[in-house]
Design a protein around this ligand. Structure first.
Ligand code: ADP
Ligand code: MG
Length: 238
């Protein structure tokens, strides 16, 4: 568990600035959804938080410590991608334990943590299977399992449900929220789906062209949108 402060963070690719000084303070245990149209900078921001992309200016702080120069592995952050990012030739157990194996952790510890994560995610009967032998929802749970085994302080999700069908998406939203309740961990969740944002978030950050348009609870954004962009995006009446 950790607080996460994004302080006036910016990103330029050459002469093109794509993130213009974004600030978001996230208290320990909050579920924050970054929402905005395609190309507004959601993935770039998440990748900077994860350490996968250097920031051009500003600070990222975890529990008050600036982590700007720390490599991803030293940030205690786990990122969940779409389920198709699984290794097809590794079993569920191997997929879930792979990051720990790369870190050189003892096999007995890895097995133990994979088993615990599998219990949380209802994946125990599937540990010896391969991704192709799983349903879409099970695959998505394996993708989450890879993050859980690392016991991170912060979880990042980048449109994890976008390649699932509508019915499964609704179910997985509930599962991710339940996971957050159980683990009580800070989570930053990126989506371009307004419904996902409104139903999952403690607070929503609305991004547009690399700038924050508004930060607030789903109700605040719905009742008091800061401008017509937010109103249009959230789907509120004003
Ligand atoms: P989103 O995830 O909200 O769809 P991205 O963060 O992927 O948006 O992209 C934000 C902007 O940054 C877009 O205009 C995109 O073209 C640009 N961009 C992303 N990655 C790169 C890169 N490696 N080089 C140059 N421009 C990039
Ligand atoms: Mg993206």
């Amino acid at each position: 568990m950790a607080s996460m402060d994004i302080v006036n963070v910016g990103k330029a690719y050459g002469s093109l600035t794509v993130i213009h000084g974004v600030s978001v303070e996230i208290p320990d245990g909050e579920f924050v959804v970054l929402v905005g149209p395609s190309g507004c900078g959601k993935s770039t921001l998440l990748r900077m938080v994860a350490g996968l992309e250097p920031i051009t200016f500003g600070d990222i702080r975890i529990d008050g410590h600036v982590v700007n120069d720390l490599p991803p592995k030293d940030r205690d952050i786990a990122m969940v991608f779409q389920s198709y990012a699984l290794y097809p030739h590794k079993t569920v157990a191997e997929n879930m334990g792979f990051a720990l194996k790369m870190r050189g952790e003892p096999k007995a510890d890895i097995d133990d943590r994979v088993k615990k994560a599998a219990e949380i995610l209802d994946l125990v009967p599937y540990l010896a299977r391969y991704p192709r032998q799983l349903s879409g929802g099970q695959r998505q749970r394996v993708a989450m399992g890879r993050a859980i085994v690392r016991d991170p302080k912060v979880f990042l999700f980048d449109e994890p449900l976008s390649n699932l069908d509508a019915k499964l998406r609704v179910q997985m939203r509930a599962e991710i929220k339940e996971l957050q309740r159980r683990l009580a961990t800070t989570m930053i969740y990126v989506t371009h789906d307004q419904v996902e944002a409104m139903t999952m978030a403690d607070r929503i950050v609305v991004l547009r062209d690399g700038r924050v348009e508004q930060i607030g609870s789903p109700l605040e954004l719905y009742d008091k949108p800061a401008n017509t962009f937010v109103a249009g995006f959230i789907g509120s009446p004003s």
